[in-house]
Design a protein. Structure first.
Length: 204
């Protein structure tokens, strides 16, 4: 396990470093195997300093999951360009590294196993899912309007649910068995599937 070198840092930066160390340990050892001591070692600090920032391991885990969810939503919201480019980039980002890699699926598997039994993680998951889906819904609304086929919120919502499910499934396949697919194959399949669902071209 790699140890981060200690350096003095502002409160917010130190807290973020501890969250990253928590995610590293969860990806390597799982939720139960990631101890406060291991997290402290990974962050290059003492266990006492960890307790200065977090009341418990449960709080650290919750904040780590919140960070994972927020990073995915942030990537989706930050796509730029015309409506077609933004929709294409949204799909591609979610099926390529660093969103789709072995570390991401390890974290997902660790957290998702607890979402059904931990109310705090369940609420974080719900908030993250809705933020992600709403971002996709907005992209679809803009895309359909630009194509001359504007759609209401309910239609865009249904499309967003379907496309989110499609992307999630391909993401899992790519993370777990990426060597079985050619470069860009899953992105291409996703694009073609979304085109078929919407009845409109995305690729030019």
């Amino acid at each position: 396990m790699n140890r981060r070198s200690f350096h003095r840092a502002p409160e917010g930066e130190r807290r973020q470093e501890l969250i990253e160390a928590t995610l590293d340990c969860i990806a390597e050892f799982g939720l139960k195997g990631a101890t406060v001591r291991q997290i402290a070692v990974r962050a290059g600090v003492t266990a006492g300093l960890v307790r200065h920032y977090f009341d418990s391991k449960d709080q650290m885990v919750a904040e780590a999951y919140r960070a994972v969810i927020a990073s995915l939503t942030e990537k989706a919201k930050n796509v730029e360009g015309d409506p077609t480019t933004r929709l294409k980039d949204f799909i591609a980002i979610n099926l390529t590294e660093p969103v789709a890699d072995s570390r991401s699926v390890s974290l997902w598997a660790a957290f998702i196993s607890q979402v059904r039994v931990d109310p705090v993680l369940a609420e974080i998951h719900r908030e993250g899912y809705l933020a992600f889906r709403n971002a996709l819904q907005d992209l679809l609304s803009d895309f359909l309007a630009a194509k001359g086929r504007p759609a209401g919120p309910e239609e865009c919502r249904r499309y967003a649910i379907a496309i989110n499910g499609l992307v999630d499934g391909l993401w899992v396949e790519g993370c777990l068995a990426g060597d079985l697919f050619r470069d860009g194959e899953l992105v291409g399949i996703a694009m073609a599937s979304v085109e078929a669902l919407l009845g409109l071209p995305i690729e030019q």
